[in-house]
Design a binder for this molecule. Structure first.
Ligand code: GLA
Length: 367
């Protein structure tokens, strides 16, 4: 009785935070199990995560003067996450295969699989009802929350019942540690990542083109006009894709490199220069006005830098401001797109008895 009362009160508070008026949408039947979890640390950093899509909805961090701002794009109500036009994937986990698979097809152990296609003729971020569009189970863990989703054999066309968990923990070094684990009962492919859009000046600020970005990669994967890699690993040297030394994102955006036309800007995959397997610094983002710095560390082999090219001012964020073209950027740690069709690239296959395990860290600071 007491537990049920506490749970009801908790849900009420959560509901008040999440939305003024939650109404069931066709796709989601268990609204009562959608909650919002708030992580805080001793520096008053705040991270909010909902188990709808295992989505990071807010990241509130200090600037160099100690003034706090929310640097993650998103909404203040769950309905907007469910109904968002053009599906921006704000803050969500994307998968079972984050990024694109050409024509939604791949062959595994001699068997051909056909996936849902939801990006022209290609498969993107797990299909029509990817991991961003489902309700995850959630449990509290030390300094964080762990979310689990059980994807069915055949869901969106993928083989194998997949059990995937992601734990989010917040450290006193202002780092969000995301640890993913998965197992399967049939051979399958897995490539999950977090799709947070950052604006280190604060969400709702008009552009990220003045942010300074460094990516620890000397090669990237050129793409065709459908953003499917051609198979080439191209040197970044002498191209607008060279972020080995920190550079403002907007500096080379007007270049007439055909790759920038295919991506409508930056929407490409960089293959990380790794010293060894393990957690390594992949990218650093800096915004000079606030002094905020974001380091992205990962165990993954590659990173997609997406410059918010599809934002067009139609989506209104938490602060009531429209999210303008290129007002947020994603740094999605992952395997390269279409890897299931590129046997020469690091494998994304997961087999029964194996464990998929990756870690990515968003670490905030100032300078
Ligand atoms: C990814 C893709 C982009 C776009 C966004 C969502 O980052 O690479 O092309 O689909 O997701 O808008």
């Amino acid at each position: 009785m007491a537990t049920s009362l506490i749970r009801r009160l908790f849900l009420l508070v959560v509901t008040a935070i999440m939305t003024c008026c939650i109404a069931p949408a066709a796709e989601v039947s268990d609204f009562d199990s959608i909650n919002l979890y708030t992580l805080t640390n001793q520096n008053n950093m705040v991270v909010k995560i909902t188990n709808y899509g295992a989505t990071i909805t807010s990241i509130i961090v200090p600037d160099r003067n100690g003034d706090m701002a929310d640097v993650a794009l998103g909404y203040d109500n769950v309905e907007s996450y469910i109904n968002a036009a053009n599906r921006p994937y704000f803050g969500s986990v994307v998968g079972r295969y984050g990024n694109r698979i050409a024509q939604g097809q791949f062959t595994l152990d001699g068997k051909e699989y056909t996936l849902a296609t939801n990006d022209g003729e290609n498969h993107l971020h797990g299909g029509q009802m990817g991991f961003d569009k489902v309700v995850w189970d959630a449990e509290r863990v030390d300094n964080g929350v762990k979310m689990t989703y059980r994807a069915r054999d055949g869901e969106e066309g993928y083989p194998g019942n997949l059990t995937l968990s992601v734990s989010y923990t917040l450290t006193n070094e202002n780092a969000i540690v995301m640890h993913y684990e998965a197992t399967t009962d049939k051979p399958t492919v897995v490539n999950v990542t977090n799709h947070t859009y950052f604006n280190l000046a604060g969400e709702g600020e008009p552009t990220i083109n003045d942010h300074i970005l460094r990516i620890n990669a000397s090669k990237f994967t050129p793409v065709d006009s459908g953003l499917i890699p051609t198979g080439e690993l191209r040197d970044v040297a002498g191209t607008p894709f060279d972020f080995r030394a920190p550079k403002p994102i907007g500096r080379d955006l007007q270049s007439n490199d055909p790759q920038l036309q295919h991506g409508l800007g930056y929407d490409h995959n960089w293959v990380l220069d790794r010293e060894e397997a393990g957690l390594e610094l992949a990218a650093t983002l800096y915004e000079a006005h606030s002094g905020r710095v974001l380091d992205v560390l990962t165990t993954e082999p590659a990173i997609q830098f997406y410059g918010g090219n599809f934002l067009n001012g139609n989506l209104i964020g938490k602060s009531g401001k429209p999210y303008q073209h290129r007002s947020g950027l994603c740094l999605e740690t992952q395997h390269s797109p279409d890897s299931p069709n590129r046997p020469e690239w690091p494998s994304t296959t997961l087999r029964p008895g194996e464990k998929y395990e990756t870690t990515t860290v968003y670490r905030f600071g100032v300078k």
